[in-house]
Design a protein around this ligand. Structure first.
Ligand code: 8OZ
Length: 374
């Protein structure tokens, strides 16, 4: 029976344990360029089996929040290199989460102040974070998006290809495709955001087409064994909803399974960062069924479970054979030495919500290690 402390392979990536750091937006990379403070933060957490970086836009069009690091400027690649070098020196593994926000953006963040793009011209109806012309930060309503022309989709796939290549150039061990939380890929997948009448809308097969084209593009560029994907079948994040999530995601993972050896499939169970029992549609979502369909279709990627797991829950999920590994979010914000704390059964530091997004070292690189607490 494996434990969370045992090594595991995520495709081509070898993890020293099954405790993974989930992607966490921290908004501490002004001008979309990772810096020394970001490198220190990831380095502190390098004892995780795998670090998944915060969402990292593949293009300016894919950017939806101020001060998140990108992958589309040469300076950002150089900045990320500092991060990956620091993590690798400590014996860690790190992939970056490649991201396009779609409609969850604001005109001030978009190329030439244009409208954000989406499958359909339907507002996310939420808030994003921008920098005012005077340099101060502010929450702002997400801007009304415009619907992508069918002919524009190839250029976005090309941005994913370039982003994946940039990730490898920056020294990452691979990428996680961000297909969760109401961003572009999910806007195609879920019915309330997609009213298209072309081959990217309507049937489940059509709505899943964009996700699968992104996967195929990234796999072709960097190899399946370095390509993971994150899904959130039932989260309501960013105004997204779906009445038949089980049908949509069963189809999607069956298609992913047919592609064989992806690095990993990362599944957020319930509402991201919230209620694990949250569901949409007419019945509770069955995550075991999802995994079984993936395996039956030939999928050999690691099954990475996430959302609100405690150490005990993670141990049970790994011991039962359901999860190959478990990703922890908030516990990793507050506990850079989470793996050691789990091993010793030590108490955990509590994360400070006020410093999740933006700011400097406070609430980022200053959480105490166990020795410092004792
Ligand atoms: C919190 C704040 C801003 C963005 C996600 C990338 O939900 C995010 C995100 C989280 O996936």
């Amino acid at each position: 029976m494996p434990t969370i402390f045992d090594p595991v392979k995520f495709g081509d990536i070898e993890l020293k344990n099954r405790i993974v750091m989930a992607p966490l937006t921290r908004n501490r990379s002004p001008k979309a360029i990772p810096n020394d403070l970001n490198a220190a933060y990831y380095e502190q957490r390098a004892t995780a089996g795998l670090l998944i970086t915060e969402g990292t836009p593949i293009s300016q069009q894919g950017q939806g929040y101020a001060d998140v690091p990108g992958l589309y400027l040469p300076e950002a690649i150089a900045g990320w290199k500092k991060v990956t070098d620091a993590v690798h020196k400590k014996g860690g593994k790190i992939v970056t989460q490649i991201w396009h926000v779609g409609r969850v953006s604001h005109v001030s963040l978009q190329p030439n102040g244009g409208a954000p793009v989406a499958p359909s011209a339907i507002s996310a109806g939420g808030k994003t974070y921008i920098i005012n012309p005077d340099g101060t930060g502010a929450f702002a309503e997400t801007s009304m998006p415009r619907a992508l022309e069918t002919s524009e989709i190839a250029a976005i796939l090309e941005d994913y290809r370039k982003g994946a290549r940039a990730a490898i150039d920056a020294g990452f061990d691979g990428v996680e495709i961000h297909a969760a939380n109401g961003y572009l890929i999910e806007q195609f997948l879920k019915e309330n955001a997609n009213q298209r009448t072309d081959q990217y809308g309507g049937s489940i097969e059509n709505r899943a087409r964009f996700a699968l084209e992104v996967v195929d593009t990234v796999v072709k560029e960097i190899g399946a064994g370095r390509t993971g994907i994150r899904l959130s079948p039932t989260t309501p994040a960013n105004g997204i909803s779906e009445t038949k999530p089980q049908d949509v995601y069963n189809y999607l993972v069956e298609e992913l399974g047919k592609r064989g050896g992806l690095s990993f499939v990362h599944v957020v169970e319930g509402a991201t960062g919230g209620d694990r029992d949250f569901t949409q549609g007419d019945k509770p979502f069955d995550y075991h069924e999802l995994k079984n369909i993936y395996r039956k279709a030939g999928g050999t990627g690691a099954w990475l479970a996430n959302n609100g797991y405690t150490k005990d829950m993670a141990e049970a999920a790994v011991a039962s054979g359901y999860a190959d590994a478990v990703a922890f979010g908030k516990p990793f914000i507050a506990n850079p030495d989470l793996v050691e704390r789990f091993k010793k059964g030590s108490a955990l530091n509590e994360p400070d919500k006020n410093t999740f997004y933006g700011g400097g070292a406070k609430g980022y690189t200053d959480y105490p290690l166990i020795e410092a607490v004792a």
